[in-house]
Design a protein around this ligand. Structure first.
Ligand SMILES: Nc1ncnc2c1ncn2[C@@H]1O[C@H](COP(=O)(O)OP(=O)(O)OP(=O)(O)O)[C@@H](O)[C@H]1O
Length: 242
């Protein structure tokens, strides 16, 4: 991967993507309330929380799939408007929870659909190189997720929103996906907002974390020393952090 020259650490930079007092939901029903979060270039931020906390709703709203019910979303300091496609064209990538590969098409054609091309995706996941002519439906779950993530990263997004990359996958492949994400964030200066159920894995792969519960932000911090606090907060809500 070609490294991007940047001199200051992510913490010293302005937000690439910021939500301020965000209210999000379905129809008139607000399921996320008063959310303040931000993602800077080059950092991985984990968005944690138990089932139903509002993590996916937050991501769908940031991605432009759902219209916010209140608050603001800014993109490098300017209001972020428009739907999914306009935001994608500006450099906001989105990997939704359900794998979005076309099962009847080859790995090669799936990558060509993504407009980032084949080579940059194979650079992220060399494993895909030997699978280019295989139908995506014949890949393992982990390989399909490499295809999804490789295709999203090949577009060189400025910020990537990733929802539950680990869903249904074994620990080895999850670690592989998260390591590739870390590498891409660092070398390509991509900001990542990572929704994850497995708090311990998410902390190991991220720089900062936010914890949501019942539609609200309950805490945030640095990933290097977050596990004790997260465990305590999960226990307070009678959920398990792992
Ligand atoms: N299409 C929908 N219409 C109405 N309510 C919805 C819809 N999708 C989700 N919800 C509700 O919104 C709330 C937040 O759901 P969301 O999927 O954002 O949580 P989550 O933190 O991503 O959970 P999980 O980890 O289980 O995916 C839940 O109460 C859920 O039932």
């Amino acid at each position: 991967m070609t490294a991007v020259a940047h001199t200051e650490p992510a913490t010293a930079r302005g937000a690439a993507l910021r939500a301020t007092s965000l209210v999000a939901g379905y129809g008139d029903l607000a399921v996320v309330r008063g959310l303040d979060i931000e993602v800077r270039a080059g950092e991985i931020v984990a968005l944690l929380g138990p089932n139903g906390a509002g993590k996916s709703t937050t991501l769908l709203t940031l991605a432009g799939e759902l219209r916010p019910l209140g608050g603001e979303i800014s993109w490098f300091g300017s209001p972020l408007t428009g739907g999914l496609h306009k935001r994608a064209a500006s450099g906001l990538g989105f990997v939704p929870e359900e794998r979005s590969v076309i099962m009847s098409m080859s790995v090669r054609d799936n990558l060509l659909l993504g407009s980032g091309g084949i080579e940059p995706a194979v650079e992220v996941f060399p494993e895909l190189g030997a699978l280019l002519d295989r139908r995506a439906g014949l890949l393992s779950g982990g390989e399909q997720q490499m295809l999804t993530l490789g295709r999203a990263l090949a577009r060189r997004p400025k910020v990537l929103l990733a929802d539950e990359l680990s869903l249904g996958l074994g620990p080895i492949v999850v670690d592989r996906l998260l390591a590739a994400l870390r590498d891409a964030a660092t070398t390509l200066d991509i900001g990542v907002l990572l929704v994850e159920q497995q708090a311990r894995r998410a902390l190991a792969a991220s720089d900062r974390w936010y914890l949501m519960r019942r539609g609200e932000l309950v805490a945030s911090g640095d990933s290097s020393d977050g596990m004790d606090e997260i465990q305590r907060l999960y226990l307070a809500g009678h959920d398990s952090a792992d």
